[in-house]
Design a protein around this ligand. Structure first.
Ligand code: GRF
Length: 201
């Protein structure tokens, strides 16, 4: 299956997926395309280093969210993309995009949803004082950080943790479960029934 990874930043999750494909952990997927909405994303350097097709789409070139998304979709069609993987992609997708690729767009969020949605999830969880948090991989629907949940991994907050050490732990957990979720999807092991995602193991 051809997959596309959408990025805006560091691209450590992109790297984890590249590594899982290279090592043979994920056998059924090829990263055919990386799309960034930021020209200076480190993720673009990672993509190029791995020899992947990478494009930058400048949001300023489009008058609306939907126009941007239509440009992105034109690439997805060109590369016959079966799965869109959002990996630190900082733009919301339009309902048009979500409708066109329903249950074929996945995202990773750094907290145990539905707690601590939004862009400062780890800091919010830390400041709230929770004892357990951890990343969530979920399908995208029309609402922010609210689609059906595929995988979650608990991360325990210990007495000696700091915000920085917690961030490290969460990112390490992300790099385990995101490739795992991609693998399950491309192997056809996921089915969505309402809010519930069934996993065939
Ligand atoms: C991750 O923490 C992810 O949960 C959030 O954005 C961050 C992306 O990191 N959605 P990276 O660009 O993959 O390093």
């Amino acid at each position: 299956m051809n997959i596309a990874v959408f990025v805006s930043g560091k691209g450590t999750n992109l790297q984890a997926i590249i590594d899982a494909i290279d090592s043979g952990k994920i056998k059924e997927a090829v990263i055919s395309l990386v799309i960034s909405d930021r020209s200076n994303a480190i993720a673009l350097d990672r993509a190029k280093k791995a020899g992947l097709e990478a494009v930058y789409i400048n949001p300023r070139d489009f008058s609306s969210r939907e126009e941007f998304d239509k440009k992105a979709i034109s690439y997805l069609e060109k590369y016959n993309i079966g799965l869109v993987v959002l990996a630190g992609f900082m733009r919301l997708l339009s309902p048009y995009f979500v409708g066109r690729y329903r249950n074929r767009i996945i995202n990773i969020h750094p907290t145990l949803l539905p707690s601590f949605k939004g862009t400062s999830g780890i800091k919010d969880a830390w400041e709230y004082g929770v004892k357990i948090t951890g990343p969530t991989v979920h399908f995208i629907n029309e609402d922010l950080d609210a689609g059906p949940i595929i995988l979650q991994k608990p991360v325990i907050i210990e007495e000696n943790d700091t915000l920085e050490s917690l961030e490290d732990k969460i990112h390490r957990a992300e790099h385990e479960i995101y490739p795992e979720a991609v693998k399950l999807f491309v192997e056809g092991k996921l089915s969505v029934e309402g809010r519930r995602v069934k996993i065939k193991r």
